[in-house]
Ligand binder design. Structure first.
Ligand SMILES: [Ca+2]
Length: 342
């Protein structure tokens, strides 16, 4: 509205200027042969008109300057409002995530309380399967409480409560590619990475989780978006003194049995060569794994992005599906107790 008013003012001024200019032109035409006194009168008139024109132009300039300033102010106000809006949105998102986190914690604390009241092993929360059986059926991050009875420490886990009946504790994920898996024995022992991103849960935790008869499920995805899986009906690892030795059996799935070659081998890392080879497989394949001599699969290998994914033998490979040189886009390894029922 304000803008339109300013525009009208400018148009009106322009019209006035035009009229003045025309009047002056006509006046000068009407007097073709001016006499001396007339000439003086004419020049006075011209001078006065010139002054008026100058005044009007400066007024015009002032108005257009004012219009520009108004426009700038409006734009600035809009930008400021946008910024406030974004800040508010961010605050809401943050509040929501905090709320769900607190909610999660409260629920786990309630579980802990209920658990300490009964103190029997069948009620203990020591994996995602026990959470599932207590009606926690949403996939996501959970904190397993420390359990004196079982001798298990507090542990943050990611539960897959959907795949094939749920109850899966995820022990490994490759998906983002920012976390290096070329790590030493100690790091593989206790675990590394981020539970919502790429991580290795830790050999000590895998040992503990698989003390009860367990199933291992490996889910793979290639760069074309296809998904395959391999499941081992029985899976466990030895303790640290036995170099977290791998035991698997009862393969099923559609990805091929590319862990069989690694069965009954010890875990190796960059600083601990426990493989069955003169070569140092962990250094060659750049990960920690149950290396034989060296791989049929290398799920803790180097994450290669699309375009680089066909060139290297140290990538995230699964021979039974894409051979020794195809580095996969996504991997998840997860465990749950044998006989789990959803
Ligand atoms: Ca070796």
């Amino acid at each position: 509205m304000k803008m339109a008013k300013v525009n009208l003012n400018i148009v009106a001024l322009a019209v006035t200027l035009l009229l003045l200019a025309e009047t002056w032109a006509q006046n000068s035409k009407k007097k073709p042969s001016p006499l001396k006194p007339v000439k003086g009168q004419c020049c006075d008139e011209v001078r006065s008109l010139k002054v008026q024109v100058a005044n009007l132009s400066s007024l015009l300039e002032e108005l257009s300057h004012k219009q520009e300033t108004d426009l700038k102010n409006v734009v600035r106000q809009i930008m400021e409002l946008n910024k406030q809006n974004r800040q508010q949105e961010a605050r809401v998102t943050e509040a929501e995530s905090k709320y769900s986190e607190i909610n999660n914690r409260v629920e786990i604390m309630q579980l802990q309380t209920a658990q300490s009241a009964t103190q029997t092993s069948s009620d203990a929360i020591y994996d995602c399967a026990s959470l599932y059986s207590k009606s926690y059926k949403i996939s996501g991050e959970y904190t397993l409480p420390k359990d004196e009875f079982l001798g298990t420490p507090k542990l943050t886990v990611f539960c897959d409560m959907e795949t094939n009946g749920g109850g899966w504790t995820v022990i490994q994920r490759r998906q983002i590619g920012m976390t290096s898996f070329n790590r030493d024995w100690k790091q593989y022992k206790s675990g590394f990475g981020s539970i919502r991103g790429d991580f290795w849960i830790g050999n000590e935790h895998i040992f503990r989780l698989t003390r009860q008869p367990s199933t291992l499920r490996i889910e793979l995805e290639d760069w074309e978006g296809e998904k395959r899986y391999a499941e081992y009906g029985l899976f466990n690892v030895g303790n640290e003194r036995n170099s977290y030795k791998l035991f698997i059996s009862n393969y099923s799935g559609n990805a091929g049995d590319s862990l069989r070659y690694h069965n009954n081998t010890n875990f190796s890392t960059i600083n601990k060569d426990n493989d069955k080879c003169v070569d140092d497989c962990a250094s060659l394949r750049k990960g920690g794994y149950w290396y034989n001599c060296c791989t049929d699969s290398n799920l803790n290998g180097v994450f290669y992005r699309y375009g680089e994914h066909l060139k290297n033998a140290d990538g995230i490979t699964w021979y039974g599906w894409h051979g020794s040189y195809y580095s996969l886009k996504k991997v998840e390894m997860k465990v749950r107790p044998v006989g789990f029922q959803s």
